[in-house]
Design a protein around this ligand. Structure first.
Ligand SMILES: Cc1cc2nc3c(=O)[nH]c(=O)nc-3n(C[C@H](O)[C@H](O)[C@H](O)COP(=O)(O)O)c2cc1C
Length: 377
């Protein structure tokens, strides 16, 4: 018998713990319908807001690739290069709430057993802006959405009261969460920014405001590289660039470090892990650190826009993993969530070699032997 991949997260039943995160793969009705047909357990819609959105001229996302036989990194397409990361400066959905509302209803009717999470964003500078959050939340839940994800994490917003600028302020995080919770009849997940010193503080703010889960990470604030021939940024308009967000393989270890901080600080809370996932082995890291679901963007963008092969491999990987560990009696993902949470400790808790065995850094990987660099011992 095939293993049961289903799980329950924030009270919602998922046929599998894999979601498309809020991004281009979930920007339209047709994409979301295709995603459900392909087997994704859930999707988080591209973030919906009330303010007008106009994106920059030209590409909004590009992919940085690394050569296998040199240290060369570039966004230029070339054979044999491996994906390093995605870089984007795309704003939230440029479609209005009125555009989204009937589509959310139709998607939910077509796939009642798949999980539809509406990502929403408004400002937080005054009461009118805070009411916008409530307006967005009410409109999406009326259409049957299963949960709300509040975007406190978009890294490229100029407004100081929006996106990651809210996510960097624990009081604002708490206020916005509470305001949304006042009208929400469905679970509220807070998507936090990794661009902060101690993400535990903002997470505490979200939980104090009543958040049912934390999603992390959004993309990491970053710049595209400068091309040494043209002296232009690899992404630019009229020679100008602004900071954008890094996603994909490069952020997997970074995002895991944030997640480890979060799950250790709040071992009884729910977390949805995001950042750099393209295989089950990547996702497993998040589960073992304490996440109940995971979300994927970059890998899906590069796989027919919605990741049909990615989700097939994630589901197959989870099934194989459960079969391999059948003797442990794990009832799906919940059986192994958090199993390695407590293995991350302070550096001082890591065993040292005895004085006799200690040879400094000389023999460690990455250090040249003294003779090679002409150092006299
Ligand atoms: C082009 C692009 C657009 C995105 N738009 C949104 C968005 O509207 N709302 C949001 O919460 N996250 C957005 N994200 C962030 C992703 O949902 C995700 O958190 C991030 O890309 C890390 O996951 P990954 O490493 O799998 O790409 C966007 C990411 C990309 C690449």
């Amino acid at each position: 018998m095939a293993p049961d991949l289903s799980t329950t997260f924030t009270g919602i039943r998922f046929r599998n713990p894999f979601l498309l995160s809020s991004a281009p793969p979930t920007e339209s009705e047709s994409n979301i319908l295709r995603a459900f047909e392909a087997g994704w357990g859930g999707v988080v819609t591209k973030t919906i807001g009330l303010h007008p959105v106009v994106n920059v001229l030209g590409p909004k996302t590009k992919f940085l690739r690394a050569d296998a036989d040199s240290a060369h990194l570039s966004m230029k397409k070339r054979p044999g290069a491996a994906l390093h990361s995605s870089w984007n400066w795309e704003l939230i959905s440029d479609k209005t709430l009125e555009w989204w509302v009937p589509r959310l209803g139709r998607i939910k009717k077509a796939f009642p057993d798949h999980v539809l999470v509406a990502s929403i964003m408004a400002g937080s500078g005054n009461d009118t802006e805070l009411r916008h959050w409530q307006h967005l939340a009410a409109a999406c839940q009326e259409q049957g959405c299963d949960a709300l994800e509040i975007n406190l994490s978009c890294p490229h917003m100029d407004r100081p009261d929006m996106g990651s600028n809210v996510g960097k302020d624990k009081e604002l995080v708490s206020i916005v969460t509470k305001v949304v919770k006042e009208v929400a009849k469905i679970p509220v997940w807070a998507k936090l920014t990794p661009s902060t010193t101690d993400i535990v503080l903002e997470a505490r703010g979200a939980f104090l405001g009543g958040a049912d889960a934390i999603s992390s990470s959004n993309t990491f604030t970053s710049l595209p590289l400068i091309d040494a021939d043209t002296l232009d940024f690899e992404v630019q308009v009229d020679g100008l660039v602004s900071t954008g967000g890094l996603g994909g393989p490069a952020i997997l270890p970074l995002s895991l470090a944030k997640m480890s901080q979060l799950t250790q600080a709040f071992p009884d809370k729910s977390f949805s892990g995001i950042g750099g996932i393209s295989t089950f082995e990547h996702a497993l890291n998040y589960f073992l650190l304490g996440c109940g679901t995971v979300q994927i963007c970059t890998a899906a963008m590069l796989d027919h826009a919605i990741g049909p092969n990615v989700i097939r491999q994630l589901n197959a990987g989870l099934a194989r993993f459960l079969e391999k560990h059948a003797d442990k009696g794990w009832a799906g993902v919940a059986g192994f969530v958090g199993l390695r949470r407590d293995r991350v400790v302070a550096q001082s808790k890591i065993r040292r070699p005895t004085e006799k065995d200690y040879r400094g850094g000389y023999d460690a990987e990455g250090y040249a032997a003294a003779e090679e660099v002409g150092v006299k011992r």
